[in-house]
Design a protein around this ligand. Structure first.
Ligand code: ATP
Length: 265
């Protein structure tokens, strides 16, 4: 397990357990420390607990046991206000691209800064509006889409929409980015373009990235560190350069096959 020095740590997960009401144990004692600026690729078969782990980081899901500390906030015990403040610092990019389809690309990006506005209700009338517009245009330029700023979001391709979602996330000025299968719905070329962008912007801005991926070649290309889950437990936590292809593929074998594989290696 990789353990970054305490002063650089932005995420500390210890002994995390999540039991859903139907009896499913999704996480079974997960420990994970992540330091500022790290790029972590989260791997594991369907149902291994990746989404549940990501959701516990901002209390979208409350764990059953264990502790989660993110950017100095003790998430498990934090109240509503602290969690709202924390969520401003944590940007999210999902597989399902959730732009407001009938609004312009620019307005969608501007929405990214709403969480930072002093009074979101009066936000559209505020003088900050032109400044936000300028920042949103800069974010759109950064993702290569300033030319389509006035188009309705629904007129863009899936890959372009995901790039708009990244621009919107940047408007939030997060410190940590959680991406849950951000390219699962895209063709290989668009998927690579989106990953290139996500990788570049997080690196440029020194953000911490935790990204769930199912495509192993992308995981190799973009992950510095690989954390793999199996049945709600951490099975691998190491630097990507030290992992052989067979080890990555082994993460997706069935349990019985896995035991044979582990015994042979
Ligand atoms: N709300 C829920 N209620 C009951 N069980 C759930 C719930 N959400 C997830 N689970 C179960 O918890 C386990 C972990 O699910 P999770 O979505 O975290 O896995 P995952 O690794 O992200 O999978 P995938 O790669 O398919 O997205 C699975 O067995 C799943 O069926």
């Amino acid at each position: 397990m990789i353990q970054p020095p305490a002063e650089q740590r932005v995420i500390r997960v210890s002994g995390l357990v999540k039991d859903f009401p139907n009896g499913t144990r999704a996480l079974s004692g997960v420990d994970l420390d992540v330091s500022a600026g790290e790029t972590v690729v989260l791997l594991g078969a369907n149902g291994s607990g990746k989404s549940t782990l990501q959701k516990c980081l901002t209390k979208l899901i409350s764990p059953t046991a264990g502790s989660v500390e993110v950017l100095g906030t003790e998430v498990t015990t934090a109240g509503k206000r602290e969690i709202t403040a924390l969520r401003r610092d944590v940007g999210v990019v999902f597989q399902k691209i959730n732009l407001v389809r009938e609004l312009s690309v620019l307005t969608n990006v501007i929405h990214g800064s709403l969480g930072r506005a002093r009074s979101p209700r009066n936000w559209f009338a505020s003088t900050a509006r032109s400044e936000q517009r300028e920042q949103a245009m800069e974010a759109l330029e950064r993702v290569g889409l300033s030319a389509v700023a006035q188009r309705r979001a629904e007129q863009l391709s899936g890959g372009q929409q995901q790039r708009v979602a990244i621009a919107r996330m940047l408007m939030q000025r997060p410190q940590i980015v959680l991406a849950d299968e951000p390219v699962a719905a895209l063709d290989p070329r668009a998927g690579r373009a989106v990953m290139d962008l996500l990788w570049e912007v997080t690196e440029e801005q020194g953000l911490t990235l935790i990204c769930t991926l199912h495509q192993l070649e992308l995981a190799r290309a973009y992950g510095h560190r690989v954390v793999a889950l199996r049945n709600g437990q951490v099975e691998m936590d190491t630097v990507m350069s030290q992992v052989a292809d067979e080890q990555l593929e082994g993460l997706y074998t069935e349990e019985a096959e896995h035991e044979d594989y582990a015994a042979a290696h």
